[in-house]
Design a protein around this ligand. Structure first.
Ligand code: COA
Length: 261
């Protein structure tokens, strides 16, 4: 966040475990949490994405370290959790941002293609929540899942992701109910189209970008900073009674029914 409306150090003394935290939207969220005072563990498959992101945070005076793990594999997630606790002493914020996506018509999608995205987005989110529950209980921590709005309506060529994100929303609500008794909050953010992301450049063909933008009531694409602010708010004590919510941050796009991708 280059400019923030939050007071300095709003997340001081917190430790965040951020999957997909090297790049894109969740990379921005990790940076914003660090700028707000949290120590952050950046976790994803590719260490080469994570190390530059961790170095950039550390150079600016934040606390970050990179740990490689594929969220599809529970043992790898467990090892990353252990490494984070060894490094920073605890975990009290979990951000599930690791995701896979590609455009494919349902009739051409293979079973493995469907399963791969569900494994990364949905099973990966479960794996991370499951592997961090003891820490979250101990620290009355919280989970923030990065969802989507694709499944609110039918989105062509996104069956696999829509199914996975619908599951993420279900998991968010279930865990909010089951884990609320431990003082753990579980919420999600559903971003609309966010400019300057791999998703936008790879998944939205150039010719339809302008049409897509016109369908957003606020008349612009989202910025990574829009998601960063929502994440810092939900992770802060200002949101201490917010549990089981999926916060849509899309400029009103899905309500307007514009489902072009
Ligand atoms: N269209 C159709 N099917 C595809 C596909 C595409 N563009 N990309 C992958 N698949 C299918 C593969 O064909 C394979 O199925 P098959 O065995 O039946 O052929 C299955 O998905 C697994 O693909 P594979 O490349 O082996 O998986 P992976 O684990 O290496 O990577 C993704 C899977 C989804 C993560 C990959 O698309 C990727 O690396 N994407 C970039 C990162 C990303 O998506 N970030 C999110 C940005 S929004």
């Amino acid at each position: 966040m280059t400019r923030t409306v939050f007071v300095d150090g709003v997340l001081n003394d917190r430790v965040a475990f951020v999957t997909g935290g090297g790049t894109g939207i969740t990379g921005g969220v990790a940076r914003a949490l660090a700028e707000s005072g949290a120590a952050v563990a950046l976790v994803s498959r590719k260490i080469e994405h994570l190390e530059p992101a961790a170095a950039a945070i550390n150079e600016k005076g934040g606390k970050a370290f990179a740990v490689a793990a594929d969220v599809r594999h529970f043992d790898e997630v467990e090892r990353a959790v252990t490494a984070t606790i060894e490094r920073f002493g605890k975990i009290d914020i979990v951000i599930n941002g690791a995701a896979g996506n590609f455009l494919c018509k349902a009739e051409e999608l293979s079973s493995n293609g469907f399963g791969t995205v569900v494994d990364i987005d949905l099973k990966g989110t479960f794996n991370v929540c499951r592997a961090t529950i003891d820490e979250l209980k101990k620290n009355r921590g919280q989970v923030l899942n990065i969802s989507a709005t694709l499944h609110y309506l039918g989105t062509p060529m996104q069956l696999h992701v829509s199914a996975a994100k619908a599951g993420v929303d279900a998991l968010t609500r279930n865990l909010a109910v089951e884990w609320g008794r431990y003082g753990i909050r579980v919420n999600a953010i559903a971003p609309g189209p966010i400019e300057d992301t791999e998703g936008m450049s790879r998944l939205v063909p150039e010719p339809i970008k302008e049409r897509l933008k016109k369908g957003i009531p606020l008349g612009r694409f989202g910025r990574i900073a829009d998601i960063e602010s929502a994440a810092v708010f939900l992770c802060s004590d200002a949101a201490s009674f917010i549990n089981g919510n999926v916060l849509v941050v899309d400029g009103g796009q899905w309500l307007a029914g514009n489902r072009l991708v």
